[in-house]
Design a protein around this ligand. Structure first.
Ligand code: ZN
Length: 257
């Protein structure tokens, strides 16, 4: 069965900023969708959802049929309704995978799931980024040709990054200006896995980069629920249960002693 993936995008910059509109005429979400399809082929069924749709495009029907949700937001985090955030968080805890991209570090869903402030340092100086793989052999790095890849012009994100210590650290970035950053990390929350991947500033053609596209697809696949486990954490309801007597009903063959 193909994975059901929903690419969620704030989709505001493309409507107001010429640079972003020129880079992503149909919206960044369409390019992300194509990148995921390019990497995972028939293994995925990808749809998109955006902030300005009713319920931000994340109706119960959509969420109930989403195995992995990807999230890009920046200027309008505060406009995401708390009711939808509650539903997304609950769905992640019960097993849905979540891929949080770039400025999604400040999204309500990510901050709720991390439990920390999720702040960082930033600078937009179109500098070079070298993204080092620090977890060789990890599934998220499949298909990368070297132990690092570079992006020519990026917005810098620098440490300290106010997140809990990741369960798995995959990438560390170095920037021309001297900063470093934990650019690719995985956390498990309840039954769900969350992959944060740093690249993705809207005024640079980041989602056309072949390595970024590959990692995005790999990340979606990696955080997907293990078949048959989705919803298992809902079976931990914190209720009192009676003593279950342990009964042994077996016969001993005394002739052996
Ligand atoms: Zn940015």
């Amino acid at each position: 069965m193909p994975l059901n993936v929903t690419v969620w995008h704030e989709f505001r910059h493309e409507k107001t900023n010429e640079t972003v509109k020129n880079l992503y005429p149909d919206g960044m979400h369409i390019v992300m969708k194509q990148a995921i399809e390019e990497t995972l082929g028939d293994g995925v069924n990808v749809r998109t959802a955006t902030l300005d749709e009713p319920e931000h495009g994340l109706t119960d029907e959509v969420l109930d049929n989403t195995d992995v949700l990807t999230w890009w937001g920046h200027a309008a985090h505060a406009e995401v309704s708390d009711e939808i955030v509650d539903k997304v968080v609950k769905r992640v805890l019960s097993g849905m995978g979540l891929v949080v991209l770039h400025s999604g570090h400040y999204a309500k869903v990510f901050r709720r799931l991390m439990g920390t402030g999720c702040g960082l340092k930033w600078r937009e100086a179109a500098e070079r980024e070298r993204i080092w793989c620090v977890n060789p052999g990890h599934a998220i790095t499949a298909g990368l040709e070297k132990d690092y890849f570079e992006l020519e012009h990026v917005e810098m994100y620098g440490e300290p990054f106010d997140v809990p210590v990741p369960d798995e650290l995959i990438f560390i970035s170095w920037f021309e200006g001297g900063e470093v950053f934990r650019s690719g990390a995985v956390w498990k929350r309840g039954g769900g896995r969350i992959f944060y991947f740093r690249p993705g500033h809207e005024t640079f053609p980041i989602y056309y980069d072949k390595n970024v596209r590959r990692v995005l697809g790999n990340g979606v696949k990696y955080v997907a629920p293990i078949p048959g486990t989705l919803g298992h954490t809902l079976n931990a309801p914190n209720i009192k249960v009676p003593l279950s007597p342990i009964q042994a009903e077996h016969e001993v063959d005394e002739s052996l002693h």
